[in-house]
Design a protein around this ligand. Structure first.
Ligand SMILES: [Zn+2]
Ligand SMILES: [Zn+2]
Length: 107
C-alpha cells in the first residue's frame, strides 16, 4: 500500500485480516519461544519473547496497558492486567486486557 492508512480508516475486512496476521505473529513467537525453552533457559536479554500489549489505557494519564502477553483466540485479549485504582468501579484489582492481537505485535 502506497499511502499510510490509519487503523480507523480500514474496512472491516481489512481489520479482520490485520488481526489474523497479528495472531500469526503472536503464535510464531510462542512457537519460537517454546523451541528454545525446550533446550535452555532463554537469556534474559532476549526481549522478543512474549507479545506485550502496547495499548494505552483510555483515561489520564493514559498509562500503558501493562499486559505482558496476548492470550486469546483472535478476539480481545484475556490476560489479566492490574489497573490503577480509579475509585468507582475498581473493586477488582485486575481486569482482562481486552485489546486486540494487532496491539500486541509491535516491538
Ligand atoms: Zn493483552
Ligand atoms: Zn492491553
Amino acid at each position: 500500500m502506497s499511502t499510510y492508512q490509519s487503523r480507523d480508516e480500514l474496512t472491516d475486512e481489512q481489520r479482520a485480516t490485520l488481526e489474523r496476521a497479528a495472531l500469526q505473529v503472536i503464535g510464531a513467537r510462542e512457537e519460537a519461544a517454546a523451541m528454545i525453552r525446550a533446550e535452555m533457559e532463554p537469556p534474559p536479554d532476549m526481549g522478543w519473547f512474549g507479545s506485550p500489549c502496547h495499548a494505552k489505557l483510555p483515561f489520564p494519564p493514559y498509562p500503558p496497558c501493562g499486559c505482558r502477553d496476548y492470550r486469546g483466540d483472535g478476539g480481545p485479549c484475556t490476560s489479566p492486567i492490574l489497573v490503577p485504582d480509579l475509585g468507582e468501579g475498581s473493586l477488582f484489582p485486575t481486569r482482562p486486557c481486552g485489546h486486540r492481537p494487532s496491539q500486541h505485535v509491535e516491538t
